[in-house]
Design a protein around this ligand. Structure first.
Ligand code: ARG
Length: 411
């Protein structure tokens, strides 16, 4: 049986992709909370939706099936008859101050149609939405001016991060920041209960029930046996090693992981903000991750004897990639042409966050016009999408898409 999740490269022709259309959650941002919720500004909802629809249409016009997180989540809860159980878990993870508030929110949300409930949870629940009175000290003393009982989840349109496809399976991730931690619960339920995925042999290589963090923006599938994973603000070295143990032991097909260390900062939160694969022998790179000699700390993890993992340290990333991908030459294309102003500017707006939809064909933001021209000068087919509002969340086309099925590369 072929698995409904099948991704053995970053660049094989994209067949099915998971998206999330930005909804009310991106409007439930205020200057006071946007930093904590990992936004740098407040998107204008009608425009961000228009841009996202354009992105989806661009993918569809190129033969990609687009499926939506919010729809699948509601369908999964109904199919598995687990709406209440899911809601309980979601409430438990939402940091509610008291059990009476928990009960009140449960009643409010459970009275909705499943799709409305899912959309509401994603958008956040305001304190003025339910008539809630309590005599418990925690309620009486809790801050009156905070406007939400349940925070919005504005980062959901970055479907790349809470889960990541890997071969015939995926990782469902423990996210770094509380602002995003609940997001991966949707995928857990989709994989367990949605008829498209449930009991169809999808391997969950790593569940969200871990102490150590990992996010899909750091997880790159270089080919059917080599992964590159960022050691970053969002993914710890320990979780990479734990994943390696599982992948090597469970005959996943993956027998090499390049753990690439990138700076720990906001602009470069994930490996895919500074490094993406475009073709068999081409990558984008933000020069900011290389030292003066062009070096990047890279650790190669491979299976050793008796379930041990052998680790070797290299700094010549370009050579390492050439060796593991077995190509005669390997090209690292600098974002913004490596210019001291253009490169950091375009990287900030995800100039190196390309989504390959086939070998040598990428979707990028139109605003990164210098980087896009550089890519074209290498003969790459660049398909641009509009990006004024989408980019405010600090994520690009790769972040906004979670490939579910890609065609295998021809060997
Ligand atoms: N794969 C990515 N680079 N995702 C970008 C996510 C951006 C999001 N605002 C965050 O900070 O988490």
């Amino acid at each position: 049986m072929t698995s409904p999740v099948h991704v053995t490269s970053e660049i094989g022709t994209l067949k099915t992709v998971l998206l999330k259309r930005p909804g009310k959650e991106v409007e439930n941002l205020t200057p006071d909370i946007m930093g904590r919720l990992l936004f740098d500004d407040i998107p204008y909802l009608p425009e961000i939706q228009r841009e996202h629809d354009f992105f989806a249409k661009t993918l569809q016009d190129n033969g990609v099936e687009t499926i939506y997180l919010e729809t699948l989540a509601a369908e999964a809860l109904d199919a598995g008859n687990v709406k209440e159980e899911f809601l309980e878990k979601m409430l438990d993870e939402s940091g509610l101050v008291s059990s009476t508030l928990h009960a009140a929110l449960k009643e409010y949300l459970l009275s909705m149609e499943t799709q409305d409930m899912v959309d509401k949870i994603m958008a956040g629940v305001r304190t003025n939405e339910i008539d809630y009175k309590s005599n418990a000290l925690v309620d009486l003393s809790s801050s009156e001016d905070y406007p939400f009982f349940m925070d919005p989840m504005p980062n959901l349109y970055f479907t790349r991060d809470p889960a990541a496809s890997m071969g015939d399976g995926l990782t469902i991730n423990r996210m770094t920041f509380a602002a995003r931690r609940r997001e991966s619960l949707f995928m857990e339920y989709i994989m367990e209960f949605h008829p498209r995925f449930a009991n169809k042999g999808v391997n969950v290589w790593r569940s969200r029930n871990h102490l150590d963090r990992m996010e899909g923006g750091d997880e790159l599938i270089l080919n059917d046996h080599v992964l590159a994973i960022g050691i970053s603000q969002r993914t710890s070295a320990r979780s990479i090693e734990e994943l390696a143990q599982v992948l090597f032991a469970k005959h996943s097909g993956f027998d090499k992981i390049l753990a690439i260390k990138i700076p720990n900062n906001r602009a470069m939160m994930h490996l895919d903000t500074v490094f993406t694969m475009i073709d068999y022998d081409k990558f984008t790179i933000h020069p900011g991750i290389q030292d003066n000699g062009g070096n990047v700390d890279t650790f190669i993890l491979e299976p050793g004897k008796d379930n041990h993992i052998n680790i070797s340290h290299r700094t010549d990333l370009q050579n390492v990639l050439r060796e593991v991908l077995k190509v005669p030459e390997l090209i690292l294309i600098p974002v913004g042409n490596g210019d001291a102003v253009v490169a950091p500017r375009e990287q900030w707006n995800d100039g190196s966050n390309t989504l390959a939809i086939a070998p040598n064909t990428v979707v990028t933001y139109n605003r990164n016009y210098v980087s896009n021209e550089v890519l074209r000068s290498y003969g790459i087919k660049v398909i641009e999408v509009i990006s004024a509002e989408l980019s405010r969340g600090r994520g690009g086309p790769r972040c906004m898409s979670m490939p579910i099925v890609r065609e295998d590369l021809k060997k």
